[in-house]
Design a protein around this ligand. Sequence first.
Ligand code: FES
Length: 85
Amino acid sequence: MAELDAGFVAVFNVAGEFFAIDDVCTHDGGGLAGGGIEDHQVICPRHGARFCLRTGAALTPPAYEPVRCYETRVVGGVVEVLDEP
Ligand code: FES
């Protein structure tokens, strides 16, 4: 997890590729950092909504709105999350 000015961001390592999304489920505000990962999707631990880690799209109910995604990069072995639109 990382903290940006806008709040907490969940960072996931999927086969060496890093993805960062807001750590707030758009259904009811659950944290996504502890969610399971399947096929580049994170599963909200609270009610099971799935979000695409590549786009932030809400893929299954009960969430319908996307989560924000952030660009990531690895510099000197450190994962950086870019807080830019
Ligand atoms: S809070 Fe995430 S699915 Fe309900």
